[in-house]
Design a protein around this ligand. Structure first.
Ligand code: GLN
Length: 534
């Protein structure tokens, strides 16, 4: 029998439900179980592709090119669950499907309603996601907060789910907040109310994960248990940790969380191996050194817009036994300085991340120029690679007017442009290149050295490309093309000549890095930065 864990949230948003769900996945995998993670977003957008990273954090791209919520990135980093379009359900998708069926007459003239048609479609998607991946346990995170209008159909669907498949096959986990008020006193009332609200819908939570600034004591747990009908040992203190997020599964585990869930699901809990995760936490807590990586970009005030890059940098640190300190540098501010070196010279390495639109571009080019001339290890991702190319064209290949048609459509030397603007290749069209595709790595390049293999597959999300017309001029001027698409068609990676460590990539390696399996490019970059420091 397939098993299901539903994760709901109460009291308020932003309590870290995604991390909680991912941590549950981690723990179950430590018991040798195959898990499948599913995220439900109760908004009406069909996907996250068109949503502003300001508002919503990073858009996480999957192998199959789905533009999803950043929580899928957490799932990928914490578990071996597949992440694809099927793992990301939005209200927009559910309604689109139900309305399509209605238009096709599939409901045979019946009145189409939220219950049962919308709820059935929700349940169908949850079952499909788990079945397609042959998962033993499907873990479903329901976005939003209990009490939100948008969440109602989902909570009803998961209530029915427990009824349909049997309560021994379902665990309801509810994440709440236990705030602390003046006088260092914990308040359990919001948690009591939130559990009550769930019970009114017909869901009795099996486990409470209580977020709080400090660990809850036995007395608090007893009180919460009494008022919520949840057994005391199933009240888990999800207190703030000042270390790494990868410690969260261990914090839950130390309170017997995995045993509770597995017993409830009538699964064996005797065999467990958490050493992989203990190892990650150990390296994070006791690094042999700390290095400073500057991240030059816009949106920098909002940490979550570069979530996967931040994590991948930490993984690169784990691979090298060092702690990575990320220093955010606003490229617009940098460009106002007379000498960017004042900010950049304290760094051990610099990363230029992906992005869209014109804002902050010139500052990134200034930073790239400084890094190239001053031998600062540099990793450019997507837009970052394009910036490295424009800088080289301007300052080393004599193309003073070099630019991307994304920022300056009429520019004289469009070294970065849309394929349709480049004429040589006509049939690619101007649409976004999304998802996994193949790149060939050149012998002798730094990127090839990092991966240690000539053929790779990485995820893409971009429209613009290094111009086929200008590639020859750039290569003649010394720019190293380290990787291309099959048939040597499009540039996938560039490297500056006579520079200790530089690589720009057109794809997004950050999406596929894990703490337990750091991505080779990030591991290589941090190694390069460490060598630069010493
Ligand atoms: N804006 C650039 C493009 O569309 C880069 C995109 C990105 O960094 N993801 O090609």
């Amino acid at each position: 029998m397939k098993k299901y864990v539903f994760v709901t949230g109460g009291v308020c948003s932003s309590l870290g439900k995604g991390l909680a769900a991912a941590s549950i996945g981690t723990l179950l995998e430590c018991h040798g179980l195959r898990v499948c993670m599913v995220k439900i977003d109760p908004y009406l957008n069909v996907d996250a592709g068109t949503m502003s990273p300001f508002q919503h954090g990073e858009v996480y791209v999957t192998d199959d090119g789905a533009e999803t919520d950043l929580d899928l990135g957490n799932y990928y980093r914490f578990t071996s669950s597949p992440v694809s379009q099927k793992q990301s359900i939005t209200t927009g998708q559910i309604y689109q499907e139900v309305i399509r069926k209605e238009r096709e007459g599939q409901y045979l003239g019946r009145t189409v309603q939220v219950i049962p048609h919308i709820t059935d479609e929700i349940k169908r998607r949850i079952v499909t996601a788990g079945n397609d991946n042959d998962a033993e346990v499907t873990i479903v995170e329901i976005g939003g907060t209990v009490g939100d209008i948008e969440s109602v159909p989902y909570l009803e669907a998961v209530r029915q789910f427990g009824h349909d498949v049997g309560r021994e096959n379902v665990v309801y986990v509810h994440l709440t907040l236990v705030p602390m008020v003046a006088g260092e006193e914990f308040k359990t009332k919001p948690t009591q109310h939130s559990a009550k609200e769930l019970r009114e819908i017909g869901i009795q939570p099996d486990v409470l994960l209580c977020r709080s600034s400090k660990p809850l004591n036995e007395e608090m747990k007893r009180k919460i248990s009494l008022f919520t009908n949840v057994r005391k040992e199933s009240v888990i203190s999800a207190y703030d940790i000042d270390g790494t997020i990868y410690e969260i599964p261990l914090v839950y585990g130390s309170q017997g969380f995995d045993e509770i869930v597995l017993k409830k699901l009538e699964l064996d809990y005797s065999e467990v191996d958490k050493s992989k995760w203990e190892n990650v936490v150990e390296i994070y807590k006791n690094p042999k050194d700390t290095i400073k990586i500057g991240m030059v970009g816009k949106y920098i005030d909002l940490n979550d817009s570069y979530k996967s890059i931040n994590e991948a940098l930490q993984h690169g640190g784990i691979a090298n036994n060092v702690r990575v300190k990320i220093i955010r540098i606003d490229s617009e501010e940098l460009n106002k300085l007379d000498d960017p070196g004042k900010v950049l010279e304290e760094l051990d390495g610099m990363l230029i991340p992906g992005g869209f639109g014109k804002r902050g571009i010139e500052g990134m080019i200034t930073a790239a120029a400084w890094a190239r001339k001053n031998n600062l290890p540099t990793l450019g991702i997507c837009l970052g690679m394009q910036i490295m190319t424009i800088e080289y064209a301007r300052n080393a290949a004599g193309l003073k007017e070099a630019n991307s048609t994304e920022f300056y459509p009429e520019c004289e030397a469009p070294v970065i442009s849309l394929l349709e603007e480049q004429q040589e290749i006509k049939d690619y069209g101007g649409t976004m290149r999304l998802g996994l595709s193949e790149s060939h790595l050149k012998e002798g390049s730094l990127i090839r050295e990092c991966y240690g293999t000539p053929l790779i597959h990485e995820r893409h999300r971009h429209r613009y490309e290094v111009s086929v017309k200008y590639r020859e001029i750039l290569e003649e001027a010394g720019l190293i093309v380290g990787a291309t698409t099959p048939g040597n068609q499009l540039v996938e990676s560039v490297q500056w000549p006579d520079h200790p460590w530089s690589t720009g990539v057109q794809f997004h390696p950050e999406f596929t890095s894990k703490p337990t399996a750091p991505h080779p490019l990030f591991a290589g970059f941090i190694k390069g930065a460490l060598e630069n420091k010493n």
